[in-house]
Design a protein around this ligand. Structure first.
Ligand SMILES: *Cc1c(COP(=O)(O)O)cnc(C)c1O
Length: 454
């Protein structure tokens, strides 16, 4: 074994298969092997620390060393370390979490189904819809509408819902998963089109799609309130107000994928609260456990819960579930995470920090190579452009956003390149001083990279 193989970087590369990782960057720079964290910082095997401006992967909203969450996990491991939710049994923690989720949901009543991830929650939702439509005598009602650039996960079905071109390498999407235009006015708006006209065009496209496909072939419209992994894209003004009535009129359920927005990211508990729409079901994960346990949930509002219940009664069983669905440790952690976010000041801090966050983004967007800043609450993005007036992107071979993110890493800041954007979604526990540090480091990196490429 060569000496080199003893480094953490080499050991990672030798035996771990990377997902969603730019291989040229890894070859040049090696893997950052992370050992622990403090607040919003993570530490690597070389003793360096990084301010993680992405909350891990949008999820570690309470930071990396929250004592209360770790204690809740340990207490539950000591009491009852694992159980399932099959065959008429489930843990007390599962019962309590479902009550809590309905209580904090926008629904007056409803039902919760647990998964291990957001992808599986979307997958489960689609199986629920297919199941109940067949039971109701509408087996043709299978199509799922989402948007280009949307991110809904990586299972075969949730990849098909995702509106990213990279899924072509798998031969996906499956047939019957249709992607409408991304409601990003700055990028998708036509010359001379006002934002209101743009929103009206998005609504017309939905109407036309329903007319073309037939309303009775469409099982649901699934949308993130703010698109996250699409590059933090808030909807155009009035978007959900325009599309919700169309879906209602055609009896098509509107599902809010709140895997990122849920539990405070946009400044309200749910993104649908922030944007003033009323979904038929919510998909949750990520901040659901503050990232301290892999867990997702489908939260059905009253109508879908009743329809599904009726459909199940006809055959007496819903043949679906994961071994770790409703895991007692995950549920105990989630109960604590919800308390920490809603009652111990994290959501308040999101609201308090938002003006400073927006001001920081707006200031950096004065840079001639930043075309747009966008965001809501504590999720934001800066989009790099070669020419601000024409919104012309940099040549893709320059990998501008990867270079910015790599330069940030050199300065001890982790942020994420997405397309030609840099995405920031700091943890809810961030302080003003840490936020200032984040923007200072990002500004240094932007200036350095734009000086090289512009
Ligand atoms: C992350 C994400 C998912 C997928 O969740 P996983 O836990 O990674 O499977 C689904 N929807 C949205 C909006 C997400 O951001």
């Amino acid at each position: 074994m060569p000496d080199d193989a003893k480094t953490w970087e080499a050991r990672a590369a030798a035996h771990s298969f990377y997902g969603f990782t730019d291989l040229p960057s890894i070859r040049d720079r090696g893997t950052v092997v992370v050992t622990h964290g403090e607040g919003p910082y993570v530490f690597d095997t070389n003793g360096r620390n990084y301010l993680d401006a992405n909350s891990g992967l949008w999820n570690m909203v309470a930071g990396f060393d929250h004592k209360g969450l770790a204690e809740a996990a340990k207490a539950q491991y000591d009491r009852f370390p694992g159980y399932h939710a099959f065959f008429g049994r489930m843990s007390d923690q599962t019962v309590m979490l479902s009550e809590k989720l309905i209580e904090v949901s926008p629904f007056e009543r409803g039902k919760v189904f647990y998964t291990n991830s957001g992808s599986e929650a979307n997958d489960t939702l689609v199986k629920m819809l297919w199941f109940l439509n067949r039971a109701e005598g509408n087996p043709q009602r299978t199509k799922i509408l989402t948007r280009k650039n949307a991110y809904h996960g990586v299972t075969v079905v949730s990849s098909s819902m995702t509106g990213k071109p990279y899924n072509e390498v798998f031969g996906l999407p499956l047939p019957g998963f249709l992607h409408l235009t991304c409601p990003h006015y700055w990028r998708e708006g036509q010359a001379g089109e006002t934002e209101a006209d743009f929103t009206a065009r998005m609504a017309r496209e939905l109407e036309d799609t329903i007319a073309r496909e037939g309303a009775d072939t469409i099982a649901a419209f699934v949308a993130e309130p703010v698109m996250g992994a699409g590059g933090v894209i808030p909807p155009s003004e009035g978007y959900f107000q325009a599309i919700q009535p169309i879906l209602r009129r055609h009896g098509i359920p509107l599902i809010s994928d709140e895997v990122i927005c849920g539990f405070g990211r946009t400044g309200q508990v749910w993104g649908c609260d922030t944007y003033g729409f009323r979904p038929d079901a919510i998909i949750s994960s990520k901040a659901l456990t503050a990232g301290y346990f892999p867990m997702g949930a489908v939260i059905l509002g009253p109508t879908l819960a009743d329809r599904l219940q009726n459909a199940v009664e006809a055959i007496e069983e819903f043949p679906h579930g994961f071994t770790a669905s409703g895991h007692p440790v995950g549920c105990a952690i989630s109960l604590k995470a919800i308390e920490v976010i809603l009652n111990e000041g994290l959501l308040d801090n999101v609201r308090a920090l938002t003006p400073r966050f927006e001001a920081g983004l707006a200031r950096l967007a004065e840079n001639p190579n930043i075309g747009e800043w966008r965001g809501r609450g504590l999720m934001g993005a800066l989009e790099a452009v070669k020419d601000k007036d024409t919104k012309t992107p940099f040549d893709s071979h320059l990998s501008v956003s990867e270079r910015i993110a790599n330069t940030c890493t050199d300065h001890g800041l982790i942020c994420r390149p997405l397309g030609q954007s840099i995405v920031l979604c700091p943890p809810f526990i961030m302080t003003e001083g840490q936020m200032d540090e984040m923007f200072e480091k990002l500004e240094t990196a932007l200036n350095q990279v734009f000086a090289e490429v512009a």
